[in-house]
Ligand binder design. Structure first.
Ligand SMILES: Nc1ncnc2c1ncn2[C@@H]1O[C@H](COP(=O)(O)OP(=O)(O)O)[C@@H](O)[C@H]1O
Ligand SMILES: [Mg+2]
Length: 368
């Protein structure tokens, strides 16, 4: 996977931006607030996922402009391709000139992995962030997952609306059955997809973490479904979820919210047997996040049959020299985009193209 050309029109502060990155390391540097992260964010949008910073289209469109447009020529699946996204109130995506029903259809077409200071939240924050990580990671290698998740969340919202009406005695409780059945079926699928993914990730990340910590620490990652059904099939998970929903009906009506289900799942991240979130040092948490991200990248590479593009936003300066070297080693022969303020130290380590960004434009470009 390689991005050959990227251009943006009125995407945040990128009023009229275009560049042709190199096939290896691309260093994007400049002072704060110049548009480095905006470039990474725009590139990430071609994965078919939401922006990693916002759900609101309005924020992505340059202030005062009516719409934003981003476009890329890239090489994937053995051929040159083109993707285009137009953001107004709604978003339109085109792949090789063909309009897509939803931008989500780009999932799996543009393999990429993004690593930013926010990635630390996979380790440091609570279940919601861990689910977000799983959802984005699984969607990329199994696009159907995103569709199932979207249907699950819609059904969940409908069930919650019904619970509210039931609490006010404005509806018949028997109506819950249809929603519960749907939620259980969709939830069963989500659970198995997550379970399979996390098992694969756990193995990869543990190996990487051993490398980063020079064998001194053991990373264990485990899927913690809200409704337990260890090693269950989709059917078995569905039955367990259906039973939990049934059992909690009264309480759910009182709380006007659905208590059990995959919308409450969690991920356990442990170092040497202790929870990294509660007991890990800042440095240990960083190493865990790095191992998980590199693991995610390795899985995409396996699934896509080619390395994804690595987007590293402002993370290199936070890593010590050893871990920086590990990252460069892991991404050798990959196309990598690295943003930073001060490129001097990184430039020595990385050979490749070098772009300076000033006020949303390309101030200078150099190639090795
Ligand atoms: N919708 C928008 N319209 C115009 N400018 C925007 C918009 N959203 C963000 N910006 C500008 O983009 C800049 C931040 O870009 P960013 O890529 O985060 O900077 P950095 O180079 O530090 O990574 C800020 O100057 C901000 O005002
Ligand atoms: Mg930034």
């Amino acid at each position: 996977m390689r991005i050959d050309r990227f251009q943006a029109e009125n995407f945040r502060n990128l009023a009229a931006f275009a560049f042709k990155p190199g096939g290896g390391v691309n260093l994007i540097h400049g002072e704060n607030g110049q548009g480095k992260t905006n470039i990474i964010e725009a590139l990430w949008m071609f994965t078919g996922c939401q922006s990693f910073r916002t759900h609101r289209s309005g924020e992505l469109i340059a202030r005062g402009a009516a719409f934003a447009k981003i476009e890329t020529d890239f090489f994937a699946k053995g051929r040159p391709q083109n993707a285009r996204i137009r953001i107004e109130n709604k978003r339109e995506a085109f792949l090789n000139g063909v309009a897509q029903r939803t931008p989500r259809n780009l999932l799996g077409e543009f393999p990429a992995v993004v690593f930013s200071p926010d990635s630390l939240s996979i380790v440091k924050d609570g279940p919601a962030e861990k689910r977000r990580f799983m959802d984005i990671a699984v969607s990329q290698i199994k696009p159907v997952y995103a569709a199932v998740l979207s249907r699950y969340l819609k059904t969940l919202a409908q069930r919650n609306a019904l619970l509210k009406m039931l609490a006010e005695r404005r509806q018949d409780p028997r109506l819950l059955a249809a929603y519960d059945e749907q939620l259980a079926l969709l939830g069963g699928r989500l659970s198995v997809y997550r379970h399979e993914y996390v098992e694969r990730l756990a193995e990869k990340a543990a190996g990487i973490h051993r490398g980063i910590s020079a064998g001194s620490e053991e990373l264990k990652v485990r899927y913690l479904p809200c409704v337990r059904c260890e090693g269950g099939t989709q059917q078995q998970y569905a039955e367990a979820i259906a039973a939990a929903l049934f059992k909690n009906r009264e309480a759910d009506i009182r709380r006007q919210a659905t208590s059990p289900g995959p919308h409450k799942d969690d991920l356990q991240v442990c170092i040497n047997g202790s929870c990294a979130r509660s007991y890990g040092s800042q440095g240990q948490q960083r190493s865990c996040a790095l191992a998980l991200k590199l693991g995610e990248a390795a899985i995409i590479e396996e699934s896509a049959g080619e390395p994804p593009v690595a987007l590293l936003d402002d993370v290199m300066s936070e890593l010590d020299a050893g871990r920086q070297a590990y990252v460069f080693g892991a991404f050798e022969h990959w196309q990598v985009f690295i943003t930073c303020c001060d490129p001097s130290a990184l430039l020595r380590a990385a050979k490749g193209a070098d772009f300076e960004i000033r006020a949303g434009t390309l101030a200078r470009q150099e190639e090795d």
